[in-house]
Design a binder for this molecule. Sequence first.
Ligand code: HEM
Length: 157
Amino acid sequence: MYNGLLHLHSLLRWVIIVLGFIAIYRSYSGMTGHKPFTSQDRKIGLFLMISAHITLLVGLYQWALGPAGLQNILNLGFGEVMKDPVYRFYAVEHTTGMIIAIVLITLGKGVARKDITDGAKHKKSFWFFLVAMVLILVSIPWPFRVGIGRPWFPGMH
Ligand code: HEM
């Protein structure tokens, strides 16, 4: 079951990246082209938030019970985990970066419900989603990242 959830966690990154780029593109073109904020814009934000929240739940489970998070801190002590770049990445950096990004996605999605102009909605969502996507892209253990690299797709080696 742990492996299945890790695969889901890994695969959902692509859903988040695709929806994130669509959301950034739509809010940017809405902002610069003075377009109305449509139900389509709201839905993209909603699906982005849902996939981010599922990834968060699986991630919390992996962090709490998997080998790379809390278990390492309990076994080695926080100081030792912080000294090792691989342990530190999964126990602290990946987790913190992603949680901040998911909070930003949630705030970006919430913009749709605000009583502000459509232009302001596009502008605010653009910034929330842009910063969230940058954080996500730098916090993913891409295969080319030395030491921490993991596969592009679940099950690949
Ligand atoms: C947008 C959010 C996130 C994305 C895109 C993401 C992406 C990933 C990816 C691609 C992996 C490597 C999977 C593999 O080995 O095939 C991973 C591992 C991991 N993630 Fe995330 N993650 C996110 C959020 C989180 C959060 C919020 C937490 C913790 C609360 C978390 C905890 C972990 C842990 C502990 C691992 C290592 C699990 C293990 O090796 O047993 N992730 N994540």
